[in-house]
Ligand binder design. Structure first.
Ligand code: RIB
Length: 331
């Protein structure tokens, strides 16, 4: 049987209201009473029912964060940035993983409404989903933005990022370029490919092959890499731009399978995100860096602005991507 507030009050010889004040407004209670009540709480092992307090207060002391793939280190860094900024406001971050599944995303939005979180930071599975404008809870988009700007958002210019990546491959003399992406329905992937196409337009003798994988994972990258390695040498690309670093790690592994493809000699590889693993691979990976922690912290900032003034115009923050050159595209 759980210890109740009433048990604590009886043991401390005070009213239930005094126990509630000790927990929520200790400045209203005599110090010796506060000490006595806390001693009883510790002795009886009382745990406060935060859900009831949160409901009474109208909102919990938390915000929700729904990411596309919690196994991707990029989103772990986004979450870390969000947590650090939220902690400064006494808020906790509740994490949900949509796994790129709209049904799971919708389930987490329902859960966070029920939990009465203050608002939700969302990396959307579908930017065209009308529910984004009728979420029934303050929403900030992370790693994506609405064309009309109806919601506050924080993202990186992925078209510029794709342009940076392929311009670098062209600058080191590569001309047969492959783009290894996840589903092109994911806006980030489509924009990176668009940036690649725009870079290629400046070099007429260069070609771009698109290899669309079903996921943005190491396994999907390894599959693409093995298929490239099994081609006759003159049918292989001489460079690969991967839509994220997990794919690039997989391509690096897959192309090594036959021991014929040298990186970067035969095949230059560049990824996207600049996660910690990118520089730890056997051939350190070049990448396009996204300021993941800043993205997370900025998303919290935008949500706090929205909570402080619901009528304020939404604000869109767009970070610039950064080219990080390592051994996988050297020279
Ligand atoms: O979720 C897929 C990708 O989109 C991540 O790797 C990151 O690049 C995000 O922007």
């Amino acid at each position: 049987m759980a210890v109740s507030v009433k048990d604590v009050a009886q043991a401390a010889a005070v009213s239930v209201g005094t126990v509630s004040n000790v927990l929520n407004r200790p400045e209203k209670v005599a110090p010796d009473t506060v000490a006595r009540v806390h001693e009883v709480i510790k002795r009886l092992g009382f745990v406060r029912n935060d859900a009831a307090r949160q409901l009474r207060a109208g909102r919990s002391r938390s915000i929700g964060l729904i990411v596309l793939d919690s196994a991707n280190p990029f989103f772990a860094e986004v979450a870390r940035g969000a947590e650090e900024r939220a902690a400064g406001e006494g808020l906790s971050v509740l994490l949900g993983n949509s796994d790129q599944n709209p049904t799971r995303e919708s389930g987490y939005l329902d859960l966070f409404r029920e939990q009465r979180v203050n608002g939700v930071l969302l990396t959307p599975t579908d930017l065209a989903d009308p529910v984004l404008l009728h979420a029934g809870i303050p929403l900030v988009l992370v790693d994506g933005e609405l064309v009309g700007g109806e919601l506050s958002s924080v993202a990186v210019d992925d078209i510029e990022g794709g342009h940076l990546a392929v311009s670098h491959l062209l600058a080191i003399g590569r001309r047969r370029i492959a783009f290894v992406g996840g589903p092109l329905a994911i806006r980030q992937v489509a924009d990176r490919l668009e940036g690649a196409r725009r870079a290629l337009a400046a070099v007429p003798d260069a070609t771009l092959e698109v290899i669309e994988q079903g996921a943005l994972t190491v396994l999907a990258g390894r599959d693409a890499g093995e298929r490239i390695a099994h081609r006759p040498a003159d049918e292989r690309p001489d460079a690969v731009f991967c839509a994220n670093d997990l794919l690039a790690v997989g391509v690096l592994q897959g192309t090594a399978i036959l021991g014929e493809v040298r990186v970067p000699g035969d095949l230059a590889i560049i990824g996207y995100d600049d996660i910690d693993f990118a520089e730890a691979t056997v051939v350190p990976l070049s990448s396009i860096r996204q300021p993941a922690r800043d993205i997370g912290a900025t998303a919290v900032e935008l949500l706090l602005e929205r909570l402080a003034d619901p009528d304020a115009a939404p604000r869109r923050v767009r970070f610039r991507p950064e080219l990080v050159i390592r051994a996988s595209t050297a020279g």
